[in-house]
Design a protein around this ligand. Structure first.
Ligand code: HEC
Ligand code: HEC
Length: 344
């Protein structure tokens, strides 16, 4: 190559890089934390396995990135441009060098009732009843060791709006070698059985995006107590113990932030816990650490006493996860009852 050409190419390079988004970089930035730097899997299922990547359409990948899996761990990437999504898909194709499959949008004809019977017999052990998906988010220790890949949710609006019937059928016919998902044709089901299963899955009500319901929740639950500061604190402690929680400690809100001895005695936090609940919740997802141990704040302001707690339902709107939302709901009712009992 002559020198002039080399210089011209060098000058052009940055422009070319800017023109086409870099799929690999986008993948590493947005997806690798869960699916692994080269798609080998992690919290998210392995994407670079040939049995997965060669069996899905570009359309399925593009839509899955856009819609995510609301209520599961997989986020929806609304922030990426169409070009960015496309270049991620193109990058994913380089893993095997093969083009994606193309499925028509044709619906598979089958009998959903017969499909349901088969589903309950063959599939719920992994995909759960109603196709809600494997339990546990797959985040760190919440994932059982013998289930390295959590079975995806099949009743999920993100899945149902991305998957073609014929893709679902293909998955059931061939399985995903290298994962716990086997070929049900090899396992003895007839093609009609498989059509019935596809119809049953297609008929799942994906339901609304669950976490959106909590967007409008107030960040704090707050009640006024008719009692003095000391009485209110005693009431809360009684209520906590009455609910089989363990008191951990009571401390000033600004303890450690101001010189010892000058803490504000009119702003106290009561920490408490129920170890069963704590373990159950941590097994779902370590992010519950954001609201555990349980705490209630008591504040005296202009002669009035208030009891306050972070609203766990507000947190539900940040967790894209149905099981965590259940834990948040449980926490919300515990807090509400405590606050009510203590101020009655
Ligand atoms: C916070 C973790 C997380 C991130 C970030 C994430 N994913 Fe996922 N992804 C998951 C999980 C978990 C699943 C399985 C969904 C389920 O359990 O129902 C999944 C599922 C998928 C699926 C469907 C797989 C299948 O079996 O059909 C695709 C495709 C996918 N992710 C691609 C991506 C891409 C591309 C990105 C980046 C743009 C990305 N994901 C970012 C966690 C994540
Ligand atoms: C032993 C556990 C197990 C059983 C039993 C099982 N699956 Fe799966 N299934 C999985 C796993 C794990 C995956 C994700 C595979 C991957 O990583 O690509 C999966 C993927 C799928 C997919 C693709 C979904 C997606 O997001 O890509 C469909 C559809 C599916 N299974 C349907 C079924 C049906 C219907 C049955 C019963 C006939 C069944 N599965 C039985 C574990 C199981």
């Amino acid at each position: 190559m002559n020198n002039l050409l080399r210089i011209v190419l060098l000058l052009l390079t940055p422009i070319m890089v800017n023109a086409a988004p870099n799929g690999q970089q986008l993948f590493e930035k947005n997806c690798a934390s869960c699916h692994g730097t080269s798609g080998q899997g992690g919290v998210g299922i392995p994407l670079s396995l040939p049995s997965f990547i060669n069996s899905v359409s570009d359309n399925y990948l593009r839509k899955s990135i856009r819609y995510g899996r609301p209520g599961r761990v997989m986020p929806s990437f609304n922030n990426l441009s169409d070009d960015n999504v496309l270049s991620i898909v193109q990058y994913m194709r380089t893993w095997t060098g093969k083009e994606g499959k193309i499925f028509s949008k044709k619906h598979v004809k089958g009998n959903a009732r017969a499909g349901k019977k088969l589903f309950n017999q063959y599939c719920i052990s992994c995909h759960n009843s109603g196709g809600t998906g494997g339990v546990g988010t797959g985040v760190t220790f919440s994932r059982p060791r013998d289930a390295a890949i959590v079975a995806p949710s099949l009743n999920n609006p993100g899945f149902l709006s991305s998957a073609e019937d014929l893709f679902i059928k293909d998955t059931l016919m061939n399985g995903r070698p290298g994962t716990p998902m086997m070929s049900y044709k090899a396992h003895g089901l007839s093609e009609q059985d498989i059509n019935n299963l596809v119809k049953y899955i297609r008929d799942f009500e994906g339901g609304p995006y669950p976490y959106k319901d909590y967007d409008t929740e107030e960040p704090i639950i707050k009640v006024e107590s008719p009692y003095s500061m000391a009485e209110t604190i005693q009431n809360i402690k009684d209520a906590i113990i009455g609910k089989n929680f363990k008191l951990i400690r009571t401390q000033e809100l600004n303890k450690g932030l101001v010189p010892a001895g000058t803490e504000n005695k009119k702003q106290l936090i009561i920490y408490f816990c129920n170890f069963n609940f704590l373990n159950k919740a941590l097994a779902i997802d370590p992010r519950v650490g954001m609201f555990l141990p349980c705490r209630v704040t008591v504040v005296e302001q202009n002669g009035k006493v208030f009891i306050m707690a972070t609203n766990p339902l507000k947190l539900a709107s940040i967790f894209n996860n149905n099981e965590l939302i259940e834990a948040c709901k449980e926490m919300h009712s515990i807090y509400s009852e405590l606050l009510e009992e203590a101020s009655l």
